[in-house]
Structure formats: C-alpha cells, structure tokens
Design a protein around this ligand. Sequence first.
Ligand SMILES: Cc1cc2nc3c(=O)[nH]c(=O)nc-3n(C[C@H](O)[C@H](O)[C@H](O)COP(=O)(O)OP(=O)(O)OC[C@H]3O[C@@H](n4cnc5c(N)ncnc54)[C@H](O)[C@@H]3O)c2cc1C
Length: 487
Amino acid sequence: MCIVGAGFSGIAAAIDLRRAGVTDLVILDRGDSVGGAWRDNTYPGCACDVQSRLYELEVAPWPEWSRKFAGQSEIRRYLESVVEIFGLGPALRLGTEVLRAVWDGSDDAWHIETTRGDVVADVLISACGGLTEPLTPEIPGMSEFAGRAMHTARWDHSVDLAGKRVAVVGTGASAIQVIPAIAPVAAEVVVMQRTPPWVMPRRDRAVPAWYQRILAASAPAQRLAREMSSWAREVQLLSFTRQGAFRSLGERLARRHLEAQVPDPALRAAITPHYDMGCKRILISDDYYPALMRDNVIVTGALDRVTETGVVDADGVERPVDVIIWATGFKVLEPPLVDRVVGAGGETLADAFDRNGMSAYKGTTVPDFPNLYILQGPNTGLGHSSVVLMSEAQIRYLVPAVASGLVHEVEATSLDGYRDSLDERLAGTVWQQGGCRSWYQNDHGRNVALWPGSTHGFARMMRRFDPQAYRVRRPRSRKAGHHVATG
Ligand SMILES: Cc1cc2nc3c(=O)[nH]c(=O)nc-3n(C[C@H](O)[C@H](O)[C@H](O)COP(=O)(O)OP(=O)(O)OC[C@H]3O[C@@H](n4cnc5c(N)ncnc54)[C@H](O)[C@@H]3O)c2cc1C
C-alpha cells in the first residue's frame, strides 16, 4: 500500500489506515521533509486563511495554535509533530519522486518507478495536493529580464528585497499576503493586477493562553471549538450557491471594508471588483489595502511584457524593477502524477481526465484505475472552508475498501451518474454564473475544482464506502491482503 505525498492528506491517510490494520505501507514524497504545501511555500506573510482550529487533523487536535490564522512555520511544525506522535517516520521515504506508476493486471498491483528504486503495491493513494505545481505564465520578454525572479511557492531566501524595486504579478491569495510583508522593506512595490479580488476583513489575533489551556484540558471543548468554526464557515457557502440576500450582504461587507481602508477614490475605483463575489476565491486581509495606500506601492494593470530591466503594464507603461515575484498560483488543471499514472487500459490519468472533463467518482476514484484513490481530487476543493475536512472525509470513505484487500474499480456508469448530479448542483452557483474566469474552471468554463456543497454534506456522502458502485474482485496472484515491496 503506497501513499504519494506527505502533506496533510498523506499523513492523515497513513494514520487512519494504520488504525484500520493496514500497516504494510510506505509514504513517498519528493521533498526532503514532510509538510507539503507548508514546506514549499515560505514567502513572507504566508499563513492559512481558514481558522487554525479547522486547519488541523481531527485525530491530532492542537490546542497550541498561537493565532487564529497560523503562519506557515507553525503549520509545518504541527505536521512534523503529528508524524512524530503517530510514529510515521519508518514509513516515510523522503527525497523520493514518483516518476511513473503502472497498473499491472497480471498481478493486480501498481508498479511504481521512483527516483530511488521501484515499489510494488496493491493500492496507490495519490495525496499530491491540488495547489502543488507553481504556475508561471509565459510572458513575452521574461527570459531577457536581467534581475532576479521567483515564484511565491519557491521563495528564494537569498534575494534581499531591502531597498529593491519589486514587481508582484497577480493579486490572489499569496499576493495579498506577500505584498504587506515586503512593502515596508522594499524601495518600491509595483502591484500588477489583472482582476481585483474581493477582500473581507481577516480579524486575526493571538489565541490567549487561558483559551489554549481550556482546549488542552478538555477534548470535548476542543471538538466543540472545531465544530463551531466549521459551521461558521458553512454559512458563507450560501452566498456561493444562492443568489440574492446572502451574496449581496457579503458584497456590502467587503465594500465597507474597502471604503474604510482606502479613502483615495481613484485607488478605490481601480481595486473594486466588477463580478459577483465568490466567483473567484474570496480573500481575507486586514493589511492588504493599507499596504496599497503606501507611498512606495503602485497598483498598475496586468503585466503585458517584461524587458531586460523592468515590466510593462497593459497600458504600455514601463517600470524599472530589480525583482519580479510571480504570485500567479498553481497548475490546478494539471495536478501532479496525472501524466505519470497509467491505468488498466494503458491510458494515463491525464488522458482519462481529458476524456471525462476532469471528473472522478466522489472526487476520489476513476474507471480503469483499479485501487487508485485520489485525495483532493476533482471537485473536492472549497471556497469557504478547510480542505483538510474534505481529505478526512475521503479517507474515511476509502479505508474499508483498502483494508478489505480486494480490488475495487469504479464503474463508468457510477461516474457518469455522479458527474450529472454534480453538474446539476453547479449550474446555479456563482462559479458558473458569476461573470468571471477563475482557476476553478476548465477550458469549457466548468468548475472542476470546487465542491458545490457544504463540508458536512460531503462528509455525509463519504460516510460509507459503496461497493455497489464498483467492480469488486479478489486479487489474481496473491491472497487478499496488503502488500508493498520496494526494490
Ligand atoms: C500558500 C497556501 C495557502 C493555503 N491555505 C489554505 C487554507 O488556509 N485553507 C485550506 O483549506 N487550504 C489551503 N491551502 C490549500 C492546501 O493545498 C491544502 O490545504 C493542503 O495543504 C493540501 O494538503 P495535501 O497533503 O493534499 O497536499 P500538499 O500539501 O500539496 O502535499 C502534496 C505532496 O505531494 C508531493 N508530491 C507531489 N508530486 C510528487 C511526486 N511525483 N512524487 C513524490 N511526491 C510528490 C509534494 O512534494 C507534496 O509534499 C493553501 C495552499 C497554499 C499553497
């Protein structure tokens, strides 16, 4: 049994599978430590944007969060502690990149080629994350730039921004964290905005010591705090899935936030969004707008091209800069492994996704890919709450199937029915009708990233594994059981 990825999802899967008796497992990760996104994203200001209370595993509650929204290093330390507490160290193979995984029907096993030898396993769990591979757009002239350039997800800590002129390309979730963090040290920050985001107040604060003590002393209090945070997030969902009062209330709050923080009418006009709130990711920040108000920060239009010495915006204005920061997000439509996993029919997962419009049964399984489970698969992302809850629900679903030792392959008809019901639910949502393009959508405008319901609804759907949706059989060349062999 092989898990690829040692972030939140891979760690959670390993813990639950072991508890269910699946002890013969390895966790492969190409990185040199655990943590996934929280190992790779080290840009100044990096933090979660759902309450820390929801950004922890149910099996590993953490009363010690120092802030309402924990920072990157604290989340990374948390994940390292979880690995230690649950004794996962011996199962980890770090610095091990999966190059190819092929299902072999003759022995009913995944044959996995890695940078450190081969692995054969009865089950493959892809826990490679959705926001994993940094996306840097192809912009004319970028190869001629003589200064330094880096993506937020691959921050180069050898670049000292003090006194430098810096262009930040993009105004998404990473940009609005990094801009306030670097503006006080840089000589100038040019914010290159294609579409302004909707920004809500963040209201971050330190968690008082007395509250941490209560949570540490009482497991029910801990569970209650998590559940309350989760229900508070679910309310926001209504503004995505229903037109009318909820959405306009959200927009009113965001506009008020903008007006309170940005008195300059020209700047305010330039950063006011003109699409329905929620259509793109809603951001939360208390210091983004104040950062834009600084004398050394300029907001321009989108980046048009790069020259040897600077950046040119959509109006043709050139500005000299020393450093370009690509805050341009991730390859959500090309998640890791999809072009490396080959199913029973010889087709890659990427080809299967091309054919089926990037869909997976319950976001987790795909016809022709027996015993493959994808955590954070298609339509399991969220615009309103913690995706850790989604991975946990997926893991609860798959554990009995994996523990059975049988071969499970989802029926094509099961996927068709599931996709139809998903499309019906998506039809009335802001992601399909909000008047914007976003990274949630594929080339046909279909939202392939987000789950169109509540986390509680998803958990209900995933509560029980449903073998009737699958072709189920005993493995051919070995007894039912778990199996991993490395060589
Ligand atoms: C800056 C940032 C902030 C975020 N904030 C939030 C938030 O506040 N709330 C929220 O819900 N979500 C947030 N997310 C989304 C985040 O991706 C998830 O919350 C979560 O971290 C995903 O965990 P994961 O284990 O599924 O994937 P990841 O953490 O992405 O881990 C995937 C792992 O797979 C490994 N891997 C990939 N390909 C291979 C391969 N071929 N071979 C071996 N190993 C491989 C990678 O090295 C990585 O360690 C944020 C993401 C980013 C980037």
